[in-house]
Design a binder for this molecule. Structure first.
Ligand code: TRP
Length: 452
């Protein structure tokens, strides 16, 4: 029954691919600005607690569905609950994934743009306004971001076209160690800057007044986004795991890597921001508009070093973004291959065209389409908030309910423990959390945030 379907080569390859999916723009671009907007340490603490208590069991839930169903989200849910509407839930998550990758690759495109810029000219150090206006000018122009978006999505499609082993596995195996080294180098540089202590203090100072439902909802959303949960990325990668691979270990390592990267990124970015005397709440453009200025200014006496660090930084963002975008792309491509019987090449090309088109609209919403609003938001911001506040949360809830209430406990145990050989001691606790704690917490936070 498992024949004919590609698999990852080893448990290590699975962990690297999962960590590659988890560590992405969410860690380096989204986490630092969310920390800056939501009050530093309080947000970080909430994020870590949610990671352990909610995201990790959800990771297991998605993994169990994927490996037991041995198919894409739609196919797995159809196989595990034949004749029920569950498969449509699977389809909805695939559509969510389609939307995420469209705007994700716009930001991925910006990182290509900034990488090229840092290689050729560097950035102005006169004042922060000049790098902010550079970002505004770049993102609101028509062609430049679209070309970069095309390159980013094209590279993603190409890797996915080569399949699991030759494409995804071999790419993530090479990129993840590089990414780790780059981030460490940047954090060390950043922490050595004069005045960096202020940024570190901001990241560790716990302030009870920052603790409110919005902070909690954002921390939960960030945890889901960062761990790639709710739309089937973990599910599809798990469907390529071998029966001997350990779901518990894979989830735990993925979470540790993911949290570590988010923290390293925050400790690389905040000290630099404070050191340059800037505010931490720069929002989504923080890493693009503030950091180039910070690095350029700090390096006024050491031009070469600062140029290298800037290049490292955007290269790191790009590596992290691509290893994540392939896990989003694979969700859609595998659906087209398995459900419509298309060849991988055709599936990759057609998904590319669809996602490219929506991505172009997202990109243009920073400029010429800026006045076109959906429910008061630009196309980009609508796609982002619709998927992170809605699709991912409900998708995650659905996966938890499926494993906790729809599948039989015996099947769940069988899959999680590899037929009773692994993770047996923690099974009952994990099962209880998935069945009761996770759904209650998600619903509470979701509703509180909706009402407030
Ligand atoms: N986790 C990735 C990041 O942090 C992005 C990502 C990949 C993702 N697959 C996902 C986000 C699925 C949500 C759902 O950048």
């Amino acid at each position: 029954m498992e024949t004919g379907r590609e698999k990852f080569g080893s448990n290590m390859a699975v962990i690297l691919a999962m960590a590659g999916s988890a560590v992405g723009l969410g860690n380096i671009w989204r986490f630092p600005y969310m920390v800056g907007e939501c009050g530093g340490a309080t947000f970080i603490l909430a994020y870590i607690i949610f990671g352990i208590l909610i995201s990790l069991p959800l990771f297991f839930a998605e993994s169990i569905i994927g490996r037991r169903g041995r198919s894409n989200s739609f196919g797995s849910l159809r196989k595990l609950a034949p004749g029920t509407p569950w498969k449509w839930v699977g389809l909805a998550t695939i559509i969510g994934c389609f939307i995420i990758i469209s705007y994700y690759s716009v930001v991925g495109g910006w990182s290509i743009d900034y990488l090229l810029r840092s290689c050729i000219g560097g950035f102005s150090i006169e004042d922060p306004e000049s790098t902010i206006s550079l970002f505004d000018k770049m993102s609101s122009s028509v062609w430049e971001p679209i070309i970069c978006h095309t390159l980013f999505l094209g590279a993603t499609a190409l890797i996915v076209k080569f399949g699991i082993k030759k494409g995804i596995e071999s790419f993530t195996k090479k990129t993840m160690p590089l990414l780790f080294l780059l981030m460490i180098a940047i954090a060390v540089y950043s922490l050595c800057l004069p005045g960096a202590g202020e940024g570190v203090r901001y990241l560790v100072k716990f302030n009870l007044s920052d603790l409110n439902p919005t902070t909690l909802a954002y921390a939960l959303g960030q945890s889901f986004f960062s761990m790639s949960l709710g739309v089937g990325s973990i599910l599809i990668y798990s469907s390529y795991m071998s029966g001997d691979d350990n779901i518990g270990k894979t989830g735990l390592f993925t979470m540790i890597f993911d949290t570590l990267f988010a923290l390293i990124a925050a400790f690389a970015i905040m000290p630099a921001v404070f050191s340059a005397g800037l505010e931490p709440d720069g929002g989504p453009s923080l890493v693009f508009s503030t950091l180039p200025y910070v690095f350029a200014k700090m390096g006024a006496n050491a031009m070469f070093l600062s140029r290298i660090i800037t290049i490292f930084f955007f290269l790191a963002i790009l590596c992290a973004a691509i290893t994540s975008s392939i896990s989003l792309f694979e969700v859609v491509a595998s659906f087209l291959v398995e459900e419509l019987g298309w060849k991988r090449k055709k599936a990759s090309i057609i998904s590319f065209v669809g996602q490219w088109t929506l991505g172009v609209l997202c990109s243009l919403s920073f400029g010429v389409l800026g006045n076109f609003k959906i429910m008061g938001r630009t196309i980009f911001s609508f796609c982002d908030s619709f998927t992170s506040n809605f699709v991912m949360t409900l998708g995650a809830l659905a996966f938890a309910i499926f494993v906790g209430w729809k599948m039989s406990k015996e099947d769940v145990r069988d899959e999680f423990t590899n037929h009773g050989t692994k993770n047996c001691k923690i099974f009952n606790t994990v099962y209880f959390i998935t069945k009761f704690v996770v759904p209650v917490m998600i619903v509470t936070i979701f509703v509180t945030n909706l009402v407030l």
